[in-house]
Ligand binder design. Structure first.
Ligand code: UGA
Length: 434
């Protein structure tokens, strides 16, 4: 099938590449000429494990094409995906200017029936708005479908190829059939394609992300209680997670959730609620707790150094908001850097993928090191912000030798408190014995 994807950011590029891999003829369209040229020349623009190899293959075999020209890109496409940014506006609600501009541009250039798919995370009611924007100047029949994506950064290709479920919001039989055909190769293992109306599909995305953010936040609050009561959050996690109604995943306490999705989507759903005069109290608490959780270890670091961090050097392991990505949006590391620098400390950091982006954002405010050990060489303490595998089993003898004090503040609970005690470290983690 010939399909088009408008927007070659994270979602658009993964969507386009993966649909090319399942045999479709895909054209990706973006206004950013530099990006399009780079992609055309085989240079991938994002870091995502496993994507590059299928990107190269499909580019070479001619199933994956890039252009800056919308009319040329959608020529003959039966399905046109909109994978455009929906950044939070000043009031926290999603800003639809990119989506609606492209929708208006599409109207006059559609030459035959096509399904226009909202892939971006958009507020309930957006499919109707997109429909209206296209219809204004459309000369042919078309349908607008909501098909939210549930990809996690770092495992996006796997999530795309083997989705738990595919949610498709449409009331048109014609659109339903086309979408079913497109997704058929991805749901062979029996995972469902769930059809519903457009609004329910739009809300499903916000509900899923907000629920997951709430699940993490709930465990973070339990961890905070564990610290006050002398209980152990790892044991509690195992104890509750084995209840199949609760499930084992997304119960890991830490220094808060980050990334480009959870913070933005929780905020946008709260804003939607406000707009319909609904007081969504849980969401307000989730945002509140997460805000505090991100820098939860700072007072403990200060306390260790007698209240004063002036002239201290903190070695920081992890900058990206989670492992296997170079994405630093809303990363807890950045909030910690801000607080540490504000308190007069110096920060020496290492991250396997995120350093370039941090340097682009905050410049030389901190020192960037080429490996984990150089970041703690001569540092007064180690702070861990991201659970990259390379930090999980370090040479503790070396760590002890390089640090001025044998103290680790672990925001991701990587080590066992017993082992740390045996090794003679002062070890402060989240919701566990110190
Ligand atoms: C999330 C969702 O998981 C995807 O389904 C969704 O498609 C995506 O947002 C999106 O809306 O585009 P992502 O932001 O890539 O994906 O990251 P997650 O793996 O979900 O992690 C989010 C945050 O939660 C991270 O900061 C992570 O450290 C934190 N987390 C996760 C915890 O603190 N504890 C956990 O147990 C799990």
């Amino acid at each position: 099938m010939k399909i088009a994807v408008v927007g070659t950011g994270y979602v658009g590029l993964v969507t386009g590449t993966c649909f090319a891999e399942t045999g479709n003829d895909v054209t990706c369209i973006d206004i950013d000429e530099k990006k399009v040229n780079s992609l055309k020349n085989g240079k991938i623009t994002i870091y995502e494990p496993g994507l590059e190899v299928i990107f190269q293959r499909n580019l070479e075999q001619g199933r994956l094409n890039f252009t800056t020209d919308l009319a040329e890109g959608i020529e003959g496409a039966k399905i046109i995906f909109l994978a455009l940014p929906t950044p939070p506006g000043e009031d926290g609600s999603a800003d639809l200017k990119y989506v609606l501009t492209v929708a208006s541009d599409l109207g006059p250039i559609l030459k035959e029936y096509a399904v226009i798919v909202d892939k971006s995370t958009v507020p309930v009611g957006t499919a109707d708005k997109v429909h209206a924007a296209i219809k204004e100047n459309a000369k042919v029949d078309f349908d607008v479908v909501s098909n939210p994506e549930f990809l996690r950064e770092g495992v996006a290709v796997d999530d795309f190829m083997k989705p738990d479920r595919v949610v498709i919001g449409t009331t048109s039989e014609k659109a339903k059939k086309l979408m079913e055909t497109l997704y058929a190769p991805l749901v062979r293992q029996g995972n469902p394609v769930i059809f519903m109306d457009e609004k329910s599909a739009e809300l499903t995305k916000y509900a899923a992300n907000s629920f997951l953010a709430t699940k993490i936040t709930f465990m973070n609050e339990i961890a905070n209680m564990c610290e006050l009561l002398g209980a152990d959050v790892d044991s509690v996690r195992k104890g509750v997670g084995t209840d199949t109604r609760i499930g084992k995943r997304f119960l890991f306490a830490g220094i808060g959730y980050g990334g480009s999705c959870f913070p933005k989507d929780v905020q946008a759903l709260a804003k939607s609620a406000q707009q319909v005069n609904y007081d969504f109290r849980i969401l307000k608490s989730v945002m509140d707790v997460n805000e505090d959780q991100k820098t939860k270890l700072i007072p403990k670091i200060k306390e260790y150094f007698g209240g004063d961090l002036k002239g201290k050097t903190i070695g920081l392991w992890g900058l990206s908001f989670k492992p296997y990505t170079d994405d630093i949006r809303e990363a807890p590391s950045l909030y910690n850097i801000e607080k540490l620098v504000e308190a007069g400390a110096q920060v020496k950091a290492y991250d396997p993928e995120g350093m370039e982006n941090v340097q682009g954002q905050i410049g030389e405010k901190i020192t960037y090191c080429h490996d984990a050990y150089s970041a703690i060489n001569g540092a007064d303490a180690l702070l861990i912000a991201t659970e990259w595998p390379v930090f999980r089993t370090p040479d503790f003898e070396k760590v002890a030798k390089l640090l001025n004090n044998k103290v680790i503040f672990d925001g991701r609970n990587l080590y066992s408190p017993e082992q740390m005690k045996d090794l003679g470290f002062t070890y402060v983690s989240i919701g566990r014995e110190t």
